[in-house]
Design a binder for this molecule. Sequence first.
Ligand code: DGL
Length: 265
Amino acid sequence: MNPANPIGVFDSGVGGLSVLHEIRRALPGEDLLYVADSGHAPYGDKSRQFIEARSLAITEFLVSRHAKAVVVACNTATGAAVTTLRAKFLMPIIAMEPAVKPAAENTRSGVIGVMATSRTLVSDNFVKLFARYGEDARILGQACPGLVEQVEAGDLSGDKTRLLLEGYVRPLLEQGADTIVLGCTHYPFLAPLIQDIAGPDVTVIDSAAAVARQLRRRLEVVELLADAERIGTECFWTSGVLDKAKPLVAQLWKPDVQLYELPAG
Ligand code: DGL
């Protein structure tokens, strides 16, 4: 493996772009490949087997593009597939973990809300987190159906998105949560609205920056960090409709990106 090889990143859709932003900040010299599986989003209501099969197919694709490491920028795919991916592929596979640990350290009220897909909330990984930090704080899991779809539609602040969010955030506040963990990579794009609904006394946190730091550490250990002096590139693929994906990626990343159709697989 060569340090000049790219890093592969994927999500059920455009949510993982919130992680990609942090990766770009932490690793300016790296070439980044991003796959949005928008043709199959949301993952949250799919079976574990389906998500695992998609994660394997996308990782194979990223490997075919010479990825030196893969970031599973999706909490739902992490819960469903990371063990299988790590067993099958030898390169570093970095995955998501909802930021329950920093939340447990931050809370003053002792109540933490975790917004995530229902599949993430019942995953083994999350159940372990719950057991580990559940003694330090009361952890309230809040499933948020419909939010991924709103972000996939590019609606980050409209009435429907606000109404959905109010229905998910208010019950957490009523139960005393002073810290809200965004346990789905789509939700950081809704953070301004969530903060507005929750008010200034509530801390809203996600784990994208921690994942980017972890990726950096892992690449350092295996001596695969690219030359930090160079300017890294990005290339995007989607399994969704290209004409719909273009304005969305432009909105959430930047205009004029290289975006291609993901080959079927
Ligand atoms: N971004 C994905 C996550 O972090 C969304 C899952 C979905 O598509 O339901 O969980």
